[in-house]
Design a protein around this ligand. Sequence first.
Ligand code: S3P
Length: 185
Amino acid sequence: MNIYLIGFMGSGKSTIGKLLSKKLNMPFIDIDTTIEQTQGKIVSEIFSEMGEQKFRELEKEIITELAKNNNQVVALGGGAPCFFDNMELLNRNGITIYLKMSPTAIYERLLQLPPKARASRPLIANKTDKELFTFIASTIEKREPFYNKAKLIISNEGNDTSSTLERINKGLLFYSKNRTVEEKN
Ligand code: S3P
């Protein structure tokens, strides 16, 4: 089974994903990094030179490719679950975990990003702090119907990664005990 971490920018998917992959002894894959490696361009260049639509198509291609392999911890870009039928594909293929944080907590985290890390995210690169908060709140509202399709919804509020990992661990145990016979086959 693959484990897919989804959630908004700044919700800790890469940090938690790396720790989880170590704990479970499974390789860690970051979809944005994979896209950058295959294209030889960073995400912001892909957005500016090829457009967001092309980026979303590249995300879908990588998700489809990764679904052919097993036992990986995969961190997805914040928008990836919200395009095409990606969420259905992910749910058919593995355990999706929505790392949930409130808009205020996300805002605080994104404000703390070093300028380079903010510039590397084209959707927020040129926003003032005020515009950033409005963008986060309205985009989370649009994206949550997709995120909420995740098999596990785990809070990553606060900066306590070990508590989040503990909640994920419990969630995974609960999930493996309770999934239906149909899902086991
Ligand atoms: C995006 C999130 C980014 C990256 C791209 C678009 C989004 O990934 O895929 O900048 O649409 O929310 P992170 O969530 O890893 O920052």
